[in-house]
Design a binder for this molecule. Sequence first.
Ligand SMILES: NC(=O)C1=CN([C@@H]2O[C@H](COP(=O)(O)OP(=O)(O)OC[C@H]3O[C@@H](n4cnc5c(N)ncnc54)[C@H](O)[C@@H]3O)[C@@H](O)[C@H]2O)[C@@H](O)CC1
Ligand SMILES: [K+]
Length: 496
Amino acid sequence: MIVFLYTIFIGGLMNVNIYFAEEIRECDRLAEDSGLSIFSLMENSGHALFEGMSKLLHKKQRIGILAGGGNNGGDGIVLSRLLLNHGYKAELIFPLGLPSSRVAQDHLDYYKTCGYRYSTEMEGEYDVLIDGLFGIGFRPPFTKQMIGCLDFWKKSNALKIAIDIPSGVEANHGRVEAAFQADHTFCLHGAKPSAFLYPSGTYYGELHIVDIGLPQRARFRVWTEEDVRGTWPAAKDYTHKGTFGTGLLIAGSRQMPGCAILAGTGAMRAGVGKLVMATEKTVADSCVISLPEATYVDREDSQWRKDPSISKIAAVAIGPGLKPDDSLENLITDFLEESEFPVILDAGALSERSYPKGRKSPVILTPHPGEMARITGKTVAEVNENRIQLASDYAISHHVTVVLKGMNTVIAFPDGTGFVNVTGNRGLSKGGTGDTLTGILLGMASQGYQPSMAANAVYLHGKTAELYAEEKAPSSMLASDIMQIWPVLLRKMELS
Ligand SMILES: NC(=O)C1=CN([C@@H]2O[C@H](COP(=O)(O)OP(=O)(O)OC[C@H]3O[C@@H](n4cnc5c(N)ncnc54)[C@H](O)[C@@H]3O)[C@@H](O)[C@H]2O)[C@@H](O)CC1
Ligand SMILES: [K+]
């Protein structure tokens, strides 16, 4: 599995909503139609930036604010005025020329009316540099003129802060030709997808979200511990194994028997009442030693689906340790068309197929970037650079839930909404961790499906790696450690 090694630091504890550029433009349009002008929104942005950034600044510092020609530059103009009003040594600079945006020009007029000056070149050393060159309006290429500016930025030892987006990074996309590396980025209204994509996310530094007074309407947001607690099913009294459902796991082959053990352990520790494993006889013989709690049916027997143990299943997971072939495809088609319980498809069960529309119970796909590339016809780099949009588009067009794994796993629902998970570390970039996640999903779905369950599974799966790293080197973690740590994690978080 590909995992990218950078960490997202989110300042404060507030919810992080994620807005595509077109959603921000729609928010602006709605505000303008109702009489809240962009001029006022820019004023609000400047105040919110001042309030957030002033916690990182002090009045003796020489602060250079680099402003571009668009509205990101306009935010820089308002911020400069407020810093000067409050006695900071702020210097407003237009290294790429004066503003072309009408609203930014109006703010510059007011700035001048206040008696403040600006320049067009950076000079000497600054203690702080603020990047207000480009925001959500940036489109590649990174021009020659910008390269000069970037060289200055790179050579400076100043504290580096970006307004909304580090310049050179696009709002929606992960690709980066060149960009301004920030120590902190203050995102207006909400984060943009590129903060969670690779390599763009590496340029943001610590993320801060600033409120500019617009209503929150994002389709995507970061899933948090508070969300897990708020959606975790209440403990049940007077239970027996039937209370927690029967899960069917179709997994494991002679070449990959361990996948069945990992997924099976995931399902059982995630709380399924009864687990039935449908696998090859030799695989069952080895699995039973590690997982005596499960029951086994022989998938090589043509009558296996008539086995009474699978007459009342609550959910099925198919794919870990399996290779795609016609018989597997036919089996999946049967489950998709005939069953009325959640179907979880992973690894060998993922293919370029269509899914029945209007199916009562959910279908959950758990591709890693390589599998997503295979089922969409894209390259792995294309998947990673655009994973939120891609997962969302696929979920909508195929009426499925997509759990697109890897750094910042995306959970996308058929209605176009979704979550991004930020837990985990490099301990999860090992073979078998995806099989474990599939098992956890099966274990949870067998007890009663709810959409939040997929996000909770991913969140906690990532948290096990964080808990492991508290005492041990993440590189030494094994997939089988996940479900050893799981019980301790649940107890620590007081989840039942
Ligand atoms: N709702 C919000 O979040 C608000 C955001 N505002 C700010 O407005 C910004 C967006 O403003 P704009 O739409 O003006 O976009 P930008 O400020 O990112 O700049 C766009 C300008 O840069 C030019 N440009 C784009 N790519 C270029 C390239 N490669 N080389 C040279 N020139 C290039 C464009 O032609 C355009 O003139 C946001 O990022 C944010 O900072 C606020 O001011 C208003 C409210
Ligand atoms: K910027």
